[in-house]
Design a binder for this molecule. Sequence first.
Ligand code: ZN
Length: 228
Amino acid sequence: MQDTPRPTKDRPDRLAEAWGELVAAARRTVAEGLVVGTSGNVSCRIKDLILVTPTGVPYDRLGPGDLTAVGLDGVQIIGSLRPTSELPMHLAVYRDTSATAVVHTHAPYATAVSTLVTELPPVHYMTGALGGPVRVAPYALYGTEELAAHMLDALRDRTGCLLRNHGTMAYGDSLDQALDRTAQLEWLCRVWLIASSLPGHTPSLLSPGQLDEARGKLGGYGQPGRPG
Ligand SMILES: [Zn+2]
């Protein structure tokens, strides 16, 4: 336990830099309306260290001295603040995937959809950016291994999922990617809610073939010359 970031052999300031990026990403979740107060959490992986937002501290109060990190086993290695209570879900993603960043939120549209369906109906091809139709993990109490297990099932072949009566989980190769996927997921939920709320109308859905086609093209999404 120590107050200042522990230097790594290869790049002494890497942890401090990563912590700064993590705090900035956490603040973005609030600024973009994905999180209210401290109801979400963000983590990133640097080798075998998981840097994670602490529980109960508003993101605008987090400073360089608050670096909080655990090992893949969840044992705290750096910091005196207690890691997020959702740590089991973050650790499960890192153990099971090649993720280097994870974002969890209680985003309003996504949370609303999580109470209505077991899978988000594919109303838009950006569903492909998350690997396919987004599943809803069955409900379990927050912070439990049971919820982490449900979440892992829902994340199979996907980079994001919903948690029933709870919120979102998304991961990526960077904090920006995990955050963008979270925002994309929230947008998809919003579009479906709008389309499905018109009395007497049912949204048209994309077929598995259409989703596969979009997913193939989305492989190069965001690169020059490949408009979305
Ligand atoms: Zn939560």
